[in-house]
Design a protein around this ligand. Structure first.
Ligand code: DQA
Length: 147
């Protein structure tokens, strides 16, 4: 069975109360439930992890090699700074979709730079929580998964 890891970075554990005008009212648990329903529909195995620490995120990406077939990564602010996360993706060669709730290209200039985009299959941003099931569909298609 095709297995996908959805990995969330710093401050995403605060979704629901964090700047709802930017990120909406859904909690990370709400998003996980949406993803579980979509994964079931697509017959995908799913794991869902979050960490506020850059090193722990690198460890999750390393552990995904041989365990999961693809990665959906919302690296939060590390998107814009982390060569370590970029290198973890290229070192493990895990097919990765970069995801953001907000449209990072329409925000502050420092958010328009992404180290993840350089090694990702593609990017989904600006659709709020709805981006997550979209990313699952896109990654399943990219991996040649037949539901
Ligand atoms: C974010 C966008 C980032 O710029 C920000 O630092 C986040 C959330 C998003 O999902 O829109 O933490 O990744």
């Amino acid at each position: 069975m095709t297995s996908i890891l959805i990995l969330s970075g710093p401050n995403l554990n605060l979704l629901g109360t964090r700047q709802p005008e930017v990120y909406g009212h859904a909690t990370l648990a709400d998003i996980e439930a949406m993803c579980a329903a979509k994964a079931k529909e697509l017959s995908l195995a799913l794991a869902f992890e979050q960490s506020n620490s850059e090193g722990a995120l690198v460890d999750h990406i390393h552990a995904a090699r041989g365990t999961h077939d693809g990665l959906i990564l919302n690296a939060g602010a590390y998107t814009h700074t982390s060569i370590a996360l970029m290198d973890a993706i290229s070192s493990t060669e895990i097919p990765t979709i970069e995801l953001h709730l907000s449209n990072i290209h329409a925000r502050e200039p420092f958010r328009q730079q992404s180290y993840i985009a350089k090694v990702a299959v593609g990017q989904i941003c600006g659709f709020g929580p709805a981006g997550y099931p979209l990313a699952l569909e896109a990654l399943a298609t990219h991996l040649g998964h037949a539901a």
